[in-house]
Structure formats: C-alpha cells, structure tokens
Design a protein around this ligand. Structure first.
Ligand code: CA
Ligand code: CA
Length: 447
C-alpha cells in the first residue's frame, strides 16, 4: 500500500466522520475550521508535502493554493481553459479545475479540428511534402527547405497555437474527481515559471499533425514531432502528481513509414528540460509510449539544475526514457516498471543515465517477462551514475547496475555526488508496490 495515499485517505475518512458529527450537532460553520485544522484541504488547495522530493526544496511548491475566488476556475472546454490560464506572465495565484475531458483539437466554439483543418490554406500536403524531400532526389545532406517545408511549418504553427497551453507561475491545474478529467491532444507547457502543480489529469493522444523530416538525424534520418503532453522548460518547483499519460487510442504500431522510417507523431510524455529544476513527479501512470521522459535536452543542458524526484509512479508499456537522465541529481524510488510489451510498445530500456547524471535509483520494483534480461533495464553513455539499492526484479533483490555493467562496455558509475534528503514517504521495501500502485497511482485515484 502506498503510504502517503493511505495516510491521505485515512485523513479524509477521519474528516468525514468529524464533519458528519459536527453537522449532526448543528454546528455548521465550525466544520470548515475543523477541516482546515485537520489539514484535510480539498484537492484543489493541497500543496506539496514537506520533504516530498526536490520540488519541496526552499519555498516548496504551493501552486495556486492562495488563489482568490476571481482566480479559481472550473473549465470544461478548450476556450475556457485558455481563458483561465490567462497571460503566461501573470503571476497571480490561480486554481484551474478541469471537469471532464478537454479536447485540445477544437476551436473557440468547440468545433472539432482535424489535421486537415490546420493544413487548410497553407498549401501543405503530405504527398507533396514526401515528393519534395524524397532522399532519392533531395538527398540526405540538408534539412528540408522551400515551399513545402514552409507550408508544413505554417500548418504546424496553426496546430501549436491551438493545442499548446502556457501555464503561468503559481498555478494549480487539477482534474475534478469523478469526471474522467483530462486533456486530449494537448500540450501543457510551463516555461520559465515557478511553482506549478498538475494533478489528477489523464493526458492522451498528444499528436503532431505535421512531423518534420530530418535526413541528418542518425544514418537513416528521422521523423520528429513537437509536442509533449507536459513540457517543462526552465520551470522550477513543479509537482506532477496522480496523472496518467498515454498515446492512446492511436498507438505507435499504427504509424506508417515514409522513406523507410517511422512517421512518429508523438514526442515526450513529460519532458523536463532547458534548466528546469526542483521537480517532484509522483504517483503517475506512464503507459503506451516510446520516448517518455527526457531530463535535459542535451549534454550541455544546464549544470547545477535538473534536480528531479520520481517516485511511486507506474511505468507500463514504455519503450524508453523512463527517464533519460542528464546532468542533474535525480532520485528514482518506489516506482513500478512493468516491462512486458503492451500494444506493441516493447521495452528497450527503462532508465538511462548519461552526461554525468547523478541518479539514485532505489527500492523500485521491476517486472520482467520471462526471458528478458536484467541488463536491459538500464542504459548509459559511460559518464552517468546510478547508485542505490533495494531494487527488486520479479520480487527478488537484484543489483541492476551490476547486471548492466557486466553486459556493457559503457559502464554506469556507481557513486554519486549527493545524498537524497527530501524523501518523505520513501518506503524501504519495494515488495508491495506492484499491487499497491495499480489502484493508487494515476488519474482518477484521488477522490
Ligand atoms: Ca521531438
Ligand atoms: Ca520533448
């Protein structure tokens, strides 16, 4: 059983009993005072607990908890969400409650927008694009340029304007329990802002209608897409809690191939880059995705930042980057990694430590299908560290780093330059996580 959730549910049960008793006694106004004293704030006003990972550092993460009534919104459409978010530079605390599922690919009147809607008027067509940049005639030495690339960029800009939601500082965005709250086809972006909470939301189908061909990416070229479901760039004090991420209903195995390469329409699920820092990612479900979590966008992203705690998440049906960690001090504990193939998503590796990343990975539960190799749980470039013990593989205590290093030339370093201190809720046994997190992690688990 997940300790913190358990405590929370106990606490709300106690509060209910108290409230009922007080109500029965007819002491109406006292109820709220007693709730506040008991610490049982509603979902919308809860803040990150003390010492709960890197986001609790310093000023902590309170999101929009101090929002006044004028900055507390309940939204059910894309247009309402845009209005509630306001200006990206307005730091007034705000709470945004998402009720039900918002489809980002809708216009201001709620009408459904398709890829064709965005392409309309730009001159872009996939067939013309494919003809223009076919390596057989265009070659492989330079990036696409010219009429069709301009048209693609114009169409992509139209989609981006519609589906990217810029989150200002001091904001809590939270799904209303019992409403299947979430965002479909959208990308929440926290850029150069501090103090953001994202909770209880199901993120699905974040898709780029206009992937770009890059013939210079690797030896065979790649199709690159632009949108993460949640993207943190230069963001600090971020708490991502109890969300679910999935590509569904369009899985990667339905992607066509052009020029012999997968036409990838998905980017990351939750990427933490460009000097982002002090992030706690807890009790989320990451499912049905390839490149799931990038920490640091390049080997020179930002020294001294990229400090992230990742705990009590379920990673299931993930191909890679769970996470891919660069540079920062990253604590990965009490997660469940189920590496069984799911909907065509076959695991390449789970955790990659590179560019001198200082990863502590402890008390995680790895579920491997029969025949899978423990060495394939990790990856690295020979400069990254992974320290920490207490990891279980199919219930058995296993030194996953030793297994990886025994099979790899680019070995992981086993010491780190820090010791995690913000570890409230850390469980020193991973054995109950597999059953415990199934019902307590992800969107919809909070009541
Ligand atoms: Ca990309
Ligand atoms: Ca990304």
């Amino acid at each position: 059983m997940a300790a913190t959730s358990h405590r929370r549910s106990l606490r709300s049960r106690r509060t209910l009993v108290v409230s009922a008793a007080v109500l029965a006694a007819g002491a109406g106004a006292g109820v709220f005072v007693m709730n506040a004293n008991a610490g049982a704030l509603d979902l919308y006003h809860q803040t990150l607990a003390a010492k709960d990972g890197w986001a609790s550092s310093g000023t902590g993460t309170t999101g929009g908890a101090k929002a006044d009534a004028a900055h507390t919104f309940t939204v059910s459409t894309r247009a309402q969400l845009v209005k509630a978010l306001g200006s990206a530079s307005d730091t007034t605390p705000r709470i945004i409650k998402i009720k039900g599922t918002i489809d980002a690919n809708t216009d201001d009147t709620g009408k459904k927008l398709t890829c064709a809607s965005y392409a309309a008027g730009t001159g872009y067509s996939l067939s013309a694009y494919l003809k223009a940049y076919d390596p057989a005639t265009y070659g492989r030495s330079k990036l696409p340029s010219g009429t069709q690339e301009k048209a693609r960029a114009a169409a992509q800009a139209k989609q981006s304007k519609n589906i990217v939601f810029k989150v200002p500082a001091n904001t809590t965005i939270v799904g209303v329990p019992g409403t299947q709250a979430g965002l479909t086809g959208g990308s929440l972006q926290a850029k150069n802002v501090d103090n953001v909470i994202v909770r209880n939301l199901a993120f699905a189908a974040t898709e780029d209608c206009f992937p770009q061909w890059d013939p210079t990416d690797g030896s065979t070229g790649n199709w690159n897409s632009a949108y993460d479901s949640v993207t943190l760039r230069g963001a600090t004090h971020v708490w991502a809690d109890h969300n679910t991420f999935t590509d569904g209903p369009h899985f990667d195995n339905a992607n066509p191939k052009y020029y012999g390469r997968e036409y990838q329409i998905h980017d990351g699920a939750l990427d933490i880059t460009n000097g982002s820092d002090l992030v706690t990612v807890e009790r989320n479900q990451f499912t049905n995705h390839d490149k799931t979590m990038l920490i640091g966008s390049s080997d020179t992203d930002s020294v001294g930042k990229l400090r992230v705690s990742i705990h009590h998440n379920v990673w299931k049906g993930i191909v890679q980057r769970a996470p891919l960690a660069r540079i920062g001090q990253i604590h990965i504990y009490n997660n469940v990694y189920d590496t069984t193939s799911l909907n065509g998503y076959a695991a390449k590796y789970s955790i990659d430590s590179r560019a001198k990343a200082q990863v502590v990975a402890e008390h995680n539960y790895f579920k491997l299908p029969s025949g899978a190799k423990v060495a394939k749980l990790l990856s690295g470039d020979g400069t990254g560290s992974v320290a920490g013990g207490g990891n279980l593989v199919n219930g058995t205590a296993t030194d996953v780093v030793a297994a990886y290093n025994a099979a790899s030339s680019k070995k992981l370093k086993t010491t780190v330059n820090w010791k995690p201190a913000l570890t409230a809720g850390l469980e020193t046994s991973a054995k109950n996580l597999l059953t415990g997190l199934v019902t307590t992690a992800g969107a919809g688990a909070l009541k």
